[in-house]
Structures are given as structure tokens and as C-alpha cells.
Design a binder for this molecule. Structure first.
Ligand code: PXP
Length: 254
């Protein structure tokens, strides 16, 4: 059994929203990902709708259903988002912290602060009540204190925020302390029978040490895949454009 790959297609939508056009289509990105063997599609409906739009959620979910594979919907813990998830009933919801000004999801959920804990608990309970088939993962840092608090909630998995690990990998720093923390975290989470997922900032190179550790069952990766796809796909698209142009040579000047 290999770990699952969830492809986060938010940044296909980022490119689309940049021009407010109908392309590149997120449904096509979902279709290509799943047809190629990805195990799930991950999308983050942000409060500011900077990339994924409300109408994308059912459209991408439909593609997932066609492949009989899960949609993993990332949302903040607001009433609005909980309601959207409760109506859409995705196979997975990943609860994430969300600040309007952040460039991307910074840090994990704060389950230690009692007020935040109550808000996260209310979101979990509400989703489970309205959509009992939906599984919930909590996007958190891998500290033991945080993970022990997580398992008191009505959820099914944690997704470890690998942002700092990934940044250290890019800077060629020592990854051993992160890997040790992830191993220790796995013990807490797996003893409780929960899923142990990872995501954020991962690249081809930073994924490999994690795979070698064999702790995480699922990885959600987006930004690097979308970026790398540009270079792998660029040449093909240019070739197609040139092939089209060759069909219509200009008249020679007399
Ligand atoms: N998992 C979660 C919970 C995220 O918030 C994100 C970013 O939206 C990802 C995974 C994917 O991160 P990246 O796009 O950096 O690969």
C-alpha cells in the first residue's frame, strides 16, 4: 500500500482569478489529477474567495464522485464555512486556521487557547451532526501538547503543517528535529486510531525524507505541483501553438 496523494488545485484557481476568466478550469485539473492516479482532490474555500469560488466546490466534488474518490474541503471554522460543508457533504473536511491578510495558511489550528478550542469543537460537532459521513482532519503543528488536545475532539485525523519543515528543506537545514517530532506525533495519533496526514509547502525533494520515514498515510500537495507543471507542460503547449501557426503561412511579399 502506498501513501495517498491529495492534489491541492487552489493555484489553478489563483491563475484563473488573476484574469477572472473561465480558464484554466479547476474541474479539468481535478479530472487530470484523478485520471493520472491521485487519490483525492483538495481545495480550500477561503473566506475572501481569492482562488476557489463557491461554485467550484460542487463542480469539483462532481468530478471526484465520477472517479469514486474523495473531495477534501479545507475550510476555516466560521459559521459560513461550516454551513457550506454541511450542505456539500464532502468525504473529508480539513479545518484550518484562517487570517484574511496571510499569503497562505500560516501555522496550525490553535487548540490550546480555550476560546479557539470551543470554536473548533463547535465546528467539528456541527459538521458531524449535519453530515455524519464526512470525516474531519485538523490542520495542526506536530507538538505533543497540540496533538493530545486534538484527540479530545470529534474528528478522524490530523494533518501536520509541514511548512516549516519544507522551508528548512529548501534552505538545506537539518531536518532531523522535524522528523523526530513527526515520529513522536505519530505515536500519539495512531494510538488513538486516527489518520496521520501531512501537507503544506512540500516539494519533490522535501517529500522524499518523509516518505522514507513511513509515518504519514496521506500528503496534500499543491503549490509545487502547479509550479512544476508549468515547466513540464510549457514546451508541449508552445509546440501545439506553433503547429497551428504552421497551418496558416503568411503570403509571400511580392
Ligand atoms: N494542506 C493544507 C491544510 C493547506 O492549507 C495547504 C495549502 O492550501 C496544503 C495542504 C497544500 O500546500 P501547498 O500548496 O503548499 O502544497
Amino acid at each position: 500500500m502506498i501513501p495517498r496523494l491529495g492534489v491541492n488545485i487552489d493555484h489553478v484557481a489563483t491563475l484563473r482569478q488573476q484574469r477572472a476568466e473561465i480558464y484554466p478550469e479547476v474541474t479539468r485539473a481535478a479530472e487530470v489529477s484523478l485520471a493520472t492516479g491521485a487519490h483525492q482532490i483538495t481545495i480550500h474555500l477561503r473566506e475572501d474567495r481569492r482562488h476557489i469560488q463557491d461554485s467550484d466546490v460542487p463542480a469539483v466534488h462532481l468530478v471526484c464522485r465520477k472517479f469514486n474518490l474523495p473531495l477534501n474541503l479545507e475550510i476555516g471554522c466560521s459559521d459560513e464555512m461550516v454551513e457550506i460543508a454541511s450542505l456539500e457533504k464532502p468525504e473529508w473536511v480539513c479545518l484550518v486556521p484562517e487570517k484574511r491578510q496571510e499569503r497562505t495558511t500560516e501555522g496550525g489550528l490553535d487548540v490550546i487557547n480555550p476560546q479557539n478550542y470551543s470554536r473548533i469543537k463547535a465546528a467539528c460537532d456541527s459538521i458531524k451532526k449535519n453530515s455524519p459521513q464526512t470525516k474531519i482532519s485538523l490542520f495542526v503543528e506536530a507538538s505533543p501538547e497540540v496533538l493530545k488536545r486534538c484527540i479530545t475532539l470529534n474528528a478522524d485525523a490530523v494533518e501536520i503543517h509541514t511548512g516549516e519543515y519544507a522551508r528548512d528543506a529548501l534552505a538545506s537545514k537539518d531536518l532531523a528535529p522535524h522528523l523526530k517530532q513527526y515520529r513522536e506525533g505519530a505515536q500519539i495519533i495512531k494510538a488513538h486510531g486516527w489518520g496521520y496526514h501531512a501537507g503544506h509547502g512540500l516539494t519533490f525533494d522535501s517529500l522524499e525524507p518523509l516518505l522514507a520515514e513511513k509515518q504519514f498515510e496521506e500528503y496534500n500537495i499543491g503549490h509545487w505541483i502547479v509550479g512544476e507543471a508549468l515547466f513540464i507542460g510549457f514546451g508541449h503547449v508552445i509546440k501545439e501553438m506553433l503547429t497551428l501557426m504552421q497551418k496558416y503561412p503568411l503570403e509571400a511579399k511580392s
